[in-house]
Ligand binder design. Sequence first.
Ligand SMILES: *Cc1c(COP(=O)(O)O)cnc(C)c1O
Ligand SMILES: [Zn+2]
Length: 397
Amino acid sequence: METTSACTGLTCTECDASHDPDPAAGRCPECGGILDPTYDYASLSGTPSALGFADGPDSMYRYDALLPFPASASVTMAEGATPLVDCPSLADEVGVGRLLIKDEGRNPTGTFKDRGATVAVTAAAMAGASDVALPSAGNAGQAAAAYAGRAGLDAHVFLPSRAGFDQKAMVNVHGADLTVVEGRLPEAADACADAVAEASWTAIGSFETPYRHEGKKTMFYEVARSLDWTAPDAVVYPTGGGVGLVGVHKAARELERLGVTDDLPRLYAAQAAGCAPIARAVEEDREQTTPWETPDTICGGIEVPDPAAGSLVLDAVRASGGGAVATDDDAILESACTAAASAGVEMGAPCAAALSGAEALAADDELGTDDTVVVLNTGSANKDTDVLRSHLMKKGI
Ligand SMILES: *Cc1c(COP(=O)(O)O)cnc(C)c1O
Ligand SMILES: [Zn+2]
């Protein structure tokens, strides 16, 4: 087994138990809680160049000093290293000082899910697994199929019937085993859990593995690097299960702790009004999310009615001084069209919840003209062209 030198193992986010480094780790063996990789930060130097961040691979593995597995041992296709695109006209339209879009659509399978998949599949391969399995709204399944194929592992992907045609097709094209489950994401998750229990496959669903949020955290290292090792004032994230938000919160605290950055950004969870358990819990000042009864949004990628890590997401937005926001599908699709028309940036439908959310936050004076705001465009518009075009149709265009 090959872990990086500062990686000390895994800590349970629920019972605080510490565990040795283990690529086979799933949930906490003591309590079933979510595990989080830990590092000996004191053993690391706090300058970007001493950390190896100044050069190294042109991918998220440039930051492998703060990842569990080194670049050299990873199943990688140069994911990450995506640009932070300055969008002055959108900043004016939204009403913030500066607006930058982190364009995750430029990843190998078109979304930031690649960052989680590379680390989760690396761990599974290192642990000697032959099969990985996950439920997904679509993009995570496509990414896992790609990386599993590359590693020579069999992937079993459970998608709800509503998942997009492109994602279903590409799961097949990557050579994975696709099961389409009648219903929505929770039904696909149940079907996957049953199959995993029966076949003893390695589960790599959201927060079933400690390694997906760990991979996604690299988005923030890149944001800070693009801003000359400063933190933006705010990051707005299109939130389903919140895997990326939990990762970004961790990365922001790591860089501050190491002295690489001076500040922490405010983190905002942006959701679709038709499925907004995080935004509702923030508004009602609850510690825990409660399941959303009748999820109904065109943004399938963020339709997660009962997020497994709801309390971690709530911690992240509260501890950072941020918050949550929910906007309706029409406003979200309109934002995607605006980003494409006035900034040239192609945002996927669920991703545009972040831009639409930023607009709502600015209208509420949560974001203002003094703020540098990063909007995470988690995926490419290529997977949602039909939905976006239909939105124009409704307007008679
Ligand atoms: C999965 C996904 C999200 C939501 O990610 P979480 O980390 O589960 O909150 C957002 N946008 C796109 C394009 C996705 O595929
Ligand atoms: Zn535990």
